[in-house]
Design a protein around this ligand. Structure first.
Ligand code: SF4
Length: 754
């Protein structure tokens, strides 16, 4: 084959997995006889033509990688990766090899005939938070322009959408971290809510270590004593689903103890009286009853948070993946605002996004309600701007569509055909057995992936697409830093890029132009489409990203001299608020030469230092109150289930389960439960146990541990089959973000036969 390194020198790039987007370099290595066999016919991790080399210059991880990143090249050479298109044959009912020509023809025909027969909205598109910005952009454009459907959403909805909604509501802008991660090491106190970053993104742990070495303090909020909680100066372990009450209790004490920053509240916020009243209704003893966190611990947390000169709250999936996720994050933001810990150097609220491009993936149009540049699909000015870039009429663009779970729930009913890229909802969606039956009921399903994932195995057509190290494209990490992944290898023969696929499909559906397969060409158009929007990328180029190790958005193409000086000035006060810096959409056009007084914009590492991105520049308190989870324990289902991640697996495991070393470290699911609960059930360590909810049952061995509350069990969700945790989880949705309630549902436990 012609699978050759794209270059003989190490190539700087980034990990294929989580939102930290660790920098690494890939060095070509000569082939040595093909991949070895691992468990289930999977490879043992022999690099497929490249090996990972440290890239210490990249500031976020300074060379450090976790096991997932270190072993990522194994998937490139995996014997089970897809290297030819597959089409389901009507006579055998089996997926069998086909030419690209036939596979793309089948998809174009499947999508078009469905649209013709049932209407355009009968065709759905489902994307992923691991897709590059260029792919997310092209997929959104393909859905809305070529297919004319409103039915597009992506698995990022299951990731951080509650934090995104709360960010928008409070600050007028959603960027996961409004400051570089390095600031975390320099603040006085960090409250980490529902994040187990020691397992999900281990290189980030060093920022917490540096924080403590510098005299700062760490509070971890988690129902489990995780590896991250072990690092904490104070660990609060609330009952799952009560993080909102916990935040309100802390705010109540802030008021009661006279810790409110009245000057900040007066000058930079709105809505305090209502938020204050809501918090005052949650007195500490009540909050102790709801959360199980003793009042003295609440008081201690308030003292640590308020005594520090600067402090931060960082949330992750724990508080976000709830049917009240937006309000829960809002309550933590309220705490920051009341204490003047937002919009100031080394203070603020941030979300630790999960997926590799969880940030960029939500900015460029694969989300049901958004257009590129983080514009709103129902905003007439946004529609006009993007339609002009796309060469269509604004009225031709469909309106907002269903959110991810609602879209999956409509399959086989209102939505009859689906194109899916970069996602494995059969494992990662809530109420997964139901989602599986919905996927099976489709008239037509096409999936592009690197391996035959559980979802791809149900498809009518499967397209083998290139992996991270085989193609170029940009990713936006959890800090809002736009990064460049570079190709270090050519894809195997028979494999094509997602952009090439969209280009080929668009051509078959009448769009010969407008869908280039070249990533940089797509990015150039993305720059124009995002210009003037909240997530303005118009000043970012591939060359700048390479030279500057990433550029923080918003980055308009140019900035007047005074603004440039202000923006580039001084660490840490180098904020340019989007409202100040964004040029009018039509005056920003990449390729224009700079005017005499204008300079390249430096990018925006820190947001909100001068003003928030709301119309009046003030942050908005949210008047939120505690409410129970959608499903609380009862006599039939008396225990709480919460789900999460383990160190050696990533998301639905489609890639990491195919790496021998990772599989050995984390071979399958388990049920973590407290010894008291185990004793009551008569269950021994390692014995099979069924976790049963109203939606189904998941079977896995018991792991008995004092690191979890006695009223709660935990399951990691990375696996399919009988141990699939998401068979059990509850799809109850947050009314604002449409986030399902992955983190809390009621179950009963049954000892199971071996
Ligand atoms: Fe990759 Fe995340 Fe691990 Fe870094 S922390 S190596 S980005 S999985």
């Amino acid at each position: 084959g012609d699978r050759s390194p794209a270059s003989s020198d190490p190539v700087d790039t980034h990990c294929p997995y989580c939102s930290l987007q660790c920098g690494m370099a890939l060095r070509p290595v000569p082939p040595d006889g093909g991949p070895g066999d691992g468990p289930e016919g999977r490879p043992e991790g022999r690099p497929g033509g490249v090996e990972v080399v440290e890239r210490t210059a990249f500031p976020v991880n300074r060379g450090a990688l976790c096991g997932k990143g270190r072993t990522a090249p194994a998937v490139l050479s995996s014997r089970v990766r897809l290297t030819e298109p597959l089409v389901r044959r009507p006579d055998t009912g089996q997926l069998e090899p086909a030419t690209w020509e036939e596979a793309l023809d089948r998809i174009a025909e499947g999508l078009e005939s469905t649209g013709r027969a049932y209407g355009r909205d009968a065709v759905g598109v489902f994307g992923g938070g691991g897709l590059t910005n260029e792919k997310a952009y092209a997929l959104g454009k393909f859905a809305r322009v070529v297919l004319g459907t409103s039915q597009i959403d992506y698995n990022g909805r299951f990731c951080m959408s509650s934090a995104a909604a709360a960010h928008q509501r409070a600050f007028g802008l959603d960027r996961g971290l409004p400051f570089p991660l390095a600031d975390v090491a320099r603040t006085g106190c960090v409250v980490l809510v529902g994040s187990n970053l020691a397992e999900t993104m281990p290189p980030a742990l060093r920022y917490l270590t540096e924080l403590k070495e510098a005299g700062g303090q760490l509070i971890v909020v988690d129902p489990r004593r995780t590896r991250t909680a072990e690092q904490a100066d104070l660990h609060l372990a609330p009952r799952p689903g009560t993080d909102l009450a916990l935040a309100l209790g802390l705010l109540h004490l802030v008021v009661a103890e006279g810790r409110v920053d009245e000057d900040f509240v007066e000058r930079r916020t709105s809505g305090w009286p209502e938020a204050r009243a809501a918090a005052m209704a949650h007195w500490p003893e009540l909050v102790e009853r709801i959360t199980g966190v003793p009042v003295p611990e609440l008081r201690k947390a308030v003292t640590m948070f308020c005594d520090a000169e600067s402090s931060m709250v960082l949330t992750a999936r724990g508080p976000e993946q709830q049917s009240k996720g937006t309000d829960t994050v809002g309550a933590w933001i309220n705490l920051c605002l009341a204490t003047g810990r937002a919009g100031r150097p080394l203070s603020g609220y941030g979300c630790l996004t999960g997926q590799g491009n969880g940030q960029g993936g939500r900015e460029h149009g694969q989300k049901a309600d958004q257009l590129p540049g983080y514009r709103k699909l129902d905003d007439p000015a946004a529609r006009a701007h993007v339609a002009a870039v796309w060469g269509v009429e604004p009225d031709d663009l469909p309106g907002p569509g269903r959110s991810a779970y609602e879209l999956l729930d409509a399959l086989g009913q209102d939505i009859r055909a689906l194109l899916l890229m970069g996602s494995n909802p059969l494992v990662s969606a809530p109420r997964a057995a139901h989602v599986e039956s919905r996927l099976r009921s489709l008239d037509f399903l096409a999936v592009a992936d690197v391996v035959l994932s559980e979802t791809a195995a149900l498809a009518d057509v499967v397209l083998p697409v290139a992996q991270w190290a085989e193609e170029t494209g940009t990713m936006t990490n959890l800090e809002g830093r736009v990064l460049l992944r570079r190709a270090a290898l050519t894809p195997p023969p028979g494999v094509r890029t997602d952009l090439w696929v969209l280009s080929g499909l668009a051509a078959r559906l009448g769009w010969e132009k407008g869908f280039p397969a070249d990533a940089e060409e797509v990015f150039e158009e993305l720059r124009r489409a995002s210009a003037g929007g909240p997530a303005d990328y118009s000043g970012i180029t591939y060359r700048r990203i390479a030279e500057e190790d990433g550029v923080f958005w918003p980055c308009p193409e140019r900035v007047e001299r005074d603004d440039a000086e202000g923006a580039a000035s001084a660490n840490p006060a180098d904020s340019v608020s989007p409202a100040d810096s964004a040029s009018p959409a039509d005056s920003v056009s990449p390729g224009n030469s700079m005017t005499a007084g204008a300079h390249p914009h430096p990018g925006t590492p820190r947001l909100f230092l001068d003003r928030f991105a709301t119309d009046d520049g003030r942050a908005r308190f949210a008047p939120v109150s505690h409410r129970p989870a959608a499903e609380e324990p009862d006599a039939e289902y008396p225990v709480l289930l919460t789900t999460g991640r383990v160190l050696a697996q990533y998301q639905s495991g489609a890639q990491t389960r195919r790496v021998g070393e990772l599989n050995e470290a984390a071979p399958g699911p388990y049920v973590q439960l407290h010894p008291l609960l185990a004793e009551r059930l008569g269950v021994d360590e390692g014995a099979p146990i069924a976790v049963v909810s109203r939606r189904g049952r998941a079977l896995a061995p018991a792991r008995i541990s004092r690191d979890i509350r006695p009223d709660t069990v935990f399951m990691p969700f990375h696996w399919a089959g009988p141990g699939r945790a998401n068979t059990v989880t509850n799809p109850a949705l947050d009314p604002v973000s449409r986030m399902p309630e992955f983190k809390v549902c009621a179950v009963r436990l049954e000892p199971a036969a071996d």
